[in-house]
Each structure stands twice: as structure tokens, then as C-alpha cells.
Design a protein around this ligand. Structure first.
Ligand SMILES: [Zn+2]
Length: 74
């Protein structure tokens, strides 16, 4: 069985209330310990914007679908 998927996942972009379809997973090595996974949820429109934001800073780990998130992500 798969874990229940929360129905209230919304995009992390400012002022955006669209349902999130993607998850930008990132980590700031200066703030977060190895293995820590921070997640920004993103709708279709904001996926690239949020991904580029963390990628420019060298924080990007991966971009996955929201259905691929695990309990270790947050
Ligand atoms: Zn959005």
C-alpha cells in the first residue's frame, strides 16, 4: 500500500495557491547536516523558478514528483 497523499499540497512560491505537482529538494550545507532534505513544493509554473533559485546557490539535490516524497523529506 502507498502512503496517503495529503490533498492540500500547495506551491511554495510566494502568493501562489496552485496545487503542487513537483518537489524541489535542496540542502544548505552551512545550515543543514548531511542527509537533511529540505523541500519546496512547486506547481507547474514555478518548478523551474524554484529549482533555479536553489541551483544557483549550489543547494539543489533533486526535483521529484510530490508523490515521490518520503517522510524523511521536509
Ligand atoms: Zn506556483
Amino acid at each position: 500500500m502507498t502512503a496517503p497523499v495529503p490533498g492540500d499540497l500547495v506551491c511554495s512560491a510566494k502568493a501562489c495557491r496552485r496545487p503542487a505537482e513537483h518537489a524541489v529538494v535542496w540542502r544548505n550545507p552551512k545550515l543543514h547536516t548531511e542527509g537533511r532534505r529540505k523541500v519546496w513544493l512547486a506547481c507547474e509554473d514555478h518548478r523551474e523558478h524554484l529549482r533555479d533559485f536553489v541551483q544557483l546557490r549550489g543547494f539543489l539535490l533533486e526535483v521529484v514528483g510530490v508523490d515521490e516524497l518520503t517522510e524523511a523529506d521536509g
